[in-house]
Design a protein around this ligand. Structure first.
Ligand code: HEM
Length: 404
């Protein structure tokens, strides 16, 4: 039973147990603009669809300059990423930076990524099918971002997997299954971040000497107001793309297959009606809402839902709650692969809406298309382990068996 005294969106166990939906449903009904106390401060939690959408759209009142993660060390108020990393920038710089990064997300690049990811996934899937099953989270999912990185950043398979493992540890820095958690977590996070920087710094050195058409070379050529980006800016934005893309689509794929297994009628319908693949992937995105929330900071005092948000307050926009809001989605707690319309907020909205969304869709399709085409049916072969995070709702282990 949830009530005001039991709401704790910073309790990671709640997310590991997949019980956050109850807490968020209670907030949506009882306190949709909720002041969430937290040691050393607190934050507002917006949980209704309309409030979340409006906050995304009002980027003047709700600034991104403190980064998307609550209290994340490298994105905190005094954060060195502020105004450098795309996701932690406001206009006008955000627009100028995004324009420079756009070619890395062009339809031509997405086509190349699709070919690369499909090749890797087909191979990993064949391998798993031959053995009658395996762990989707560790054997298939990492190949999605690996394929995308090989193409976008122009690196080899083993380097791409190494980078995926680094970003996985960065996002999962509080999960003992991914990192040793016996030291100070800020130091741990800073350490992993420096390893990612070092990875890209090496590439920057290489691409300065031999430029290509990859993301790093693009950022090396980029100019904002007639000035080249600093090396620090380049590293932060490489990290933004890697962290933004590596965990989200691969975890969504696992969580999406979980949803299909848990809803066998929908799984059977998808296999029988392959033309539903498009809406099914949208429903998987809504249902899994991989990026649970994003943070903003109020730039002025503002009234919302009868509450007074003060300039400087941290405000969190809960995508995972907005996506289950009955006011927007009839039968919101029903996983319906034919849902239409389905205006989920899984990719955010407004000026920061996920620039990698087309890449993410290509990655998801590379798994769900062969699944449907080949009529592959999985069942659980062991417990599903969820990531210890309230920011990314990942699946770190998912043993399955092939049925039939
Ligand atoms: C299912 C997959 C994905 C999900 C759920 C997702 C989610 C999101 C969300 C919610 C935002 C908005 C952040 C905000 O408003 O503060 C965002 C932004 C972003 N995403 Fe994704 N993302 C996905 C895939 C990707 C991929 C594949 C890439 C890169 C290859 C990527 C790179 C980025 C970047 C660079 C931004 C910052 C955009 C900006 O600030 O203008 N994402 N993503």
């Amino acid at each position: 039973m949830t009530d005001a005294t039991t709401v704790d969106l910073t309790d990671l166990d709640v997310f590991v147990r997949n019980e956050h939906h109850q807490v968020l449903a209670w907030l949506r009904e009882n306190d949709p603009v909720y002041w969430h106390p937290m040691s050393g401060g607190g934050f507002w939690a917006l949980t209704r669809y309309d409030d979340v959408l409006n906050a995304y759209r009002d980027h003047t009142t709700f600034s991104s300059s403190c980064g998307a993660i609550l209290g994340g060390s490298f994105r905190s108020g005094t954060d060195s990423a502020a105004g450098k990393m795309l996701v932690a920038s406001d206009l006008p710089r955000q627009r100028l930076l995004r324009q420079q990064m756009h070619p890395a997300f062009s339809p031509a690049m997405a086509d190349r990524i699709q070919q690369q990811v499909a090749t890797l996934v087909d191979k990993a899937l064949d391998n798993l099918l031959t053995r009658g099953g395996g762990d989707l989270a560790t054997e298939i999912a990492p190949e999605l971002p690996a394929g995308a990185l090989m193409t976008m950043v122009d690196i080899g398979h083993s380097d791409a997997l190494e980078l995926v493992s680094l970003t996985r540890r960065m996002i999962g820095f509080r999960d003992p299954a991914l990192v040793a958690t016996d030291d100070d977590e800020r130091i741990r996070l800073a350490w992993i971040q420096s390893e990612i920087f070092e990875f890209f710094a090496e590439l920057v050195r290489e691409r300065r000497a031999r430029p290509g058409d990859d993301l790093v070379s693009m950022l090396l050529r980029a100019e904002i107001n007639g000035r080249r980006l600093s090396e620090e800016d380049i590293l932060y934005n490489c990290m933004n793309v890697a962290v933004g893309g590596n965990e989200t689509s691969s975890y969504t794929t696992c969580a999406g297959i979980c949803a299909l297994i848990e809803n066998p009628d929908q799984y059977a319908r998808l296999l029988a009606e392959p033309e539903l693949l498009g809406p099914a992937m949208e429903e998987i995105l809504r249902w899994t809402s991989m990026n649970a929330y994003v943070q903003r900071v109020a730039t002025r005092d503002v009234e919302l839902g009868g509450k007074r948000i003060r300039a400087g307050d941290s405000v969190t926009l809960w995508n995972v709650s907005a996506n289950r809001d009955e006011r927007q989605f009839p039968w919101a707690d029903r996983f319906d692969i034919a849902r239409s319309p389905n205006r989920h907020l899984t990719f955010g909205s407004g000026i920061h809406r996920c620039v990698g969304a087309p890449v993410g869709m290509v990655e998801l399709a590379s798994v769900f298309r062969p699944l449907v085409r080949r009529g592959i049916r999985f069942e659980f072969a062991g417990p599903v382990q969820r990531l210890r995070s309230n920011f990314i709702l990942g699946v770190t282990s998912m043993p399955v068996r092939v049925v039939g």
